[in-house]
Design a protein around this ligand. Structure first.
Ligand code: AMP
Length: 400
């Protein structure tokens, strides 16, 4: 069975065609600058390498048309006919309270995704466009929606209700939803397998640390708390996002800098986080390089990020009765998988709980490995995430 995984962003589109027999990638690619001058498709197959197409793409439908023709191209394609695509798995960012798991797409599902646009105005509309385009281009293939929020729908109300007037939850569904659910779920399943446990018995704290970052407490294989909230702005400081700040800062900034709410929104989403603190970059590699050369603000940005990770992990320990009930702390995504210094510094900040990293084992990039020392109270693991494979697995299960 061949599954096409589609991830539509506001002006970009990522795709992977996966042969589920051996989970091999037949083709993958990235379309950038959709609807903007300079659209480009970077299409790759393992045998034929990269092929770049530059042509104007006015919307996601036009982008998907090029993706489909690339997949069947005689020279650089991966399959001979679109009929070889059995199903399409779509990453959908916000499922609100409507979806606790992935679902085959029908009219009711489309209506619910549309209803949740209020909660993710930048993300759900391109997701809808991608689904509509795939339905047209691949009328025979089953379409499945996999939600970023679904894994976190198991959170108890004690962890998702904000201390606002309760009517705001009742009227507008203002609550914690959490994101990166597909990644947290994938590493939960992998960690259970590595630790030799059934998924529904595994207790973890999973740290998805990348450009966007979130931490999740997992009990019995289910999300019970997570650091992102109503939107992906809450929680840890990120590449360009503030994470948690005093909400009073918003009005203070508007008054002091004479800014509109949209301008402040732009600052807290696009100009803050480690970029804002360091003034160097939103990319952690650039910040690490600057810190090594003695840039104090770059060092401060890393320190604040690492402290914040450790504090979230520490707060999630309270979800368990005994420290020995926790089977592992997992590091994943760009930084979690690759940045040994970040992992080591976070572990050091958690040493009060008897958490100890093994420096040799931690000297690893992009591999599944236990990186704690034998006497660590909680095992530490690094597990590369694979959201596309998780989406493809759910899609295969539901398309069958
Ligand atoms: P992601 O959003 O998961 O793709 O993660 C992207 C982030 O991971 C970027 O800020 C990268 O700088 C960071 N990253 C990737 N590799 C490394 C590395 N070896 N050391 C530090 N940061 C890294």
């Amino acid at each position: 069975m061949n599954i096409l995984v589609i991830n539509c962003g506001s002006s970009s589109l990522k795709y992977q065609l996966i042969n589920m027999k051996d989970e091999s990638i037949l083709a993958k690619g990235l379309v950038e600058r959709i609807g903007i001058e300079g659209s480009v498709v970077k299409h790759k197959t393992p045998q034929k390498g990269e092929h770049i197409i530059k042509e104007p793409l006015k919307d996601h439908k036009a982008a998907l048309k090029i993706v489909m023709s690339s997949l069947v191209d005689k020279e650089y394609g991966a399959i001979s006919s679109l009929d070889e695509i059995d199903a399409v798995g779509h990453r959908v960012v916000h499922g609100g309270e409507d979806f606790a798991q992935s679902v085959p797409i029908d009219e009711k599902v489309m209506e619910a995704i549309d209803r949740n646009i209020d909660l993710a105005p930048l993300h759900n509309p391109p997701n809808i466009m991608g689904i509509e385009a795939c339905k047209n281009l691949l009328p025979k293939a089953k379409q499945v929606a996999v939600f970023d929020t679904a894994f976190h729908q198991t959170m108890p109300s004690v962890n998702y209700i904000y201390a606002l007037p309760y009517e705001e939850y009742e009227k507008h569904k203002i609550r914690r939803y959490g994101f990166h659910g597909t990644s947290h779920k994938y590493v939960t399943e992998r960690a259970a397998s590595i630790l030799g446990k059934n998924v529904d018995e595994v207790n973890l704290i999973t740290c998805h640390l990348g450009n966007g970052s979130s931490i999740t407490a997992v009990k019995g294989g289910k999300s019970i708390d997570t650091s992102m909230g109503l939107t992906p702005l809450e929680g840890l400081p990120m590449g360009t996002r503030t994470g948690n700040i005093d909400p009073a800062i918003i009005k203070f900034l508007m008054d002091k800098e004479n800014l509109s709410i949209d301008e402040v929104n732009e600052i807290i989403n696009k100009k803050s986080g480690v970029l804002g603190i360091s003034g160097v970059s939103s990319d952690f590699r650039d910040i690490e390089n600057a810190a090594e050369k003695g840039n104090e603000r770059a060092k401060l940005a890393l320190d604040i990020f690492e402290s914040s990770v450790a504090k979230f992990v520490a707060s999630y320990l309270t979800e368990f009765d005994n420290i020995s009930d926790i089977d592992g702390i997992v590091f994943t995504a760009g930084l979690g998988e690759n940045a040994k210094t970040t992992r080591a510094n976070v572990a050091k900040k958690l040493s009060v709980f008897g958490i100890k990293i093994d420096e040799n084992a931690n000297d690893v990039r992009g591999k599944e490995r236990i990186i704690s020392s034998e006497d660590s109270t909680i095992p530490l693991l690094t597990i590369p995430t694979n959201e596309e494979l998780m989406i493809a697995k759910d899609t295969m299960r539901l398309a069958k």
